[in-house]
Design a protein around this ligand. Sequence first.
Ligand SMILES: NC(=O)c1ccc[n+]([C@@H]2O[C@H](COP(=O)([O-])OP(=O)(O)OC[C@H]3O[C@@H](n4cnc5c(N)ncnc54)[C@H](O)[C@@H]3O)[C@@H](O)[C@H]2O)c1
Length: 349
Amino acid sequence: MPKIRVGLIGVGNCASALIQGVHYCRGEGGRVKLRYPEIGGFRPEDIEFVCAFDIAEGKVGKDLSKAIFAAPNNAPKFADVPNLGVEVLKGPVLDGLNEYTKKIVRVDPRPEVDVADKIRESGAEIMVNLLPGGAQRASLWYADKILEAGCAFINATPTIIASDPSWDDRFRKAGLPLIGDDLMDQVGATFIHKAILEALNSRGVQILETYQLDVGGGTESADIERAWGTKRAIKTKTIEAVLPYRAAVVAGSTDFVDFLGSRRDSYIWVSGEYFGGARFEIEIRLNTLDAPNAVPILLDAIRGTKLALLRGESGHILPISAYAFKHPAKILPIHEAEKLFEEYISGKA
Ligand SMILES: NC(=O)c1ccc[n+]([C@@H]2O[C@H](COP(=O)([O-])OP(=O)(O)OC[C@H]3O[C@@H](n4cnc5c(N)ncnc54)[C@H](O)[C@@H]3O)[C@@H](O)[C@H]2O)c1
């Protein structure tokens, strides 16, 4: 199979887990539990990382295989990554740092590179945006450069890009696929919350009130002040979309708890009414490791995007976005989104 040539914007925890994930599949493919070991004939091992951009001293100028383990990244190490021959390049800082990361990250003193030129030189066909959630200006800036370089774009961050009709239009006119926004985790609170509500609703239960809140210890959670409003809007909308009636829904992220490290505690609470007006409550605490949680769905999105490129499709690709992201242009119930994705990868949609 030809390789899938992928570039990364941001070499943080998620990038670390993604790169390790590809090598984990290479080394121990037989043991890896993936829902889709192959998509259109592509396996995770067919992904090749060809360029990466960051701003942090200790990451810029390093080989990608080393940069993924540089501070303040705290994603667990679960695979050996050999030298990749890809030097992390310096991008513009813009709003990339927040009040917390400003204190712990030193900006690399090198001049920034011409990002569009470097993407073109690398031969990347898909760029994945893994900037901090609050770096909205930087995300939009890179989206422009990716268009200029002529690559497909996957936006894993909560910045609204793929679900914005004006960006859809620009990527469509450029003949390039656009996927996003805000990646769904494999065992994430949003997925679990949606699955619980869908299951209850299918049995005729009336949900009255429900919330989902979390705290985490990764640098991404330290950016919660800037990303709070967007995260809350996206998560609440995606949860509300599974119910065919209005209920009181609150879903968002609340705070940074440094000693949690790479772990996240998510709290889901549901109250409702079933037969005869009987009331019930459900309370769940989900404790997960953040970065590896992003990997399986991101591997699916990358391979799905490769198919979109091979099929010459452009603009927002709903079957991939609705399955893999919290805020696609149209939010679908989980089983519908999965069905659409499966039809898409098998060439039926
Ligand atoms: N499970 C998950 O990890 C998950 C799930 C869903 C969405 N996401 C999203 O993925 C994104 C990345 O998450 P993360 O945990 O890796 O974050 P992170 O904070 O660990 O990594 C962000 C990286 O971007 C770099 N950066 C900052 N400004 C930059 C700039 N201007 N140019 C280039 N690089 C810059 C930082 O130095 C850092 O290396 C976030 O937006 C997050 O919301 C992650």
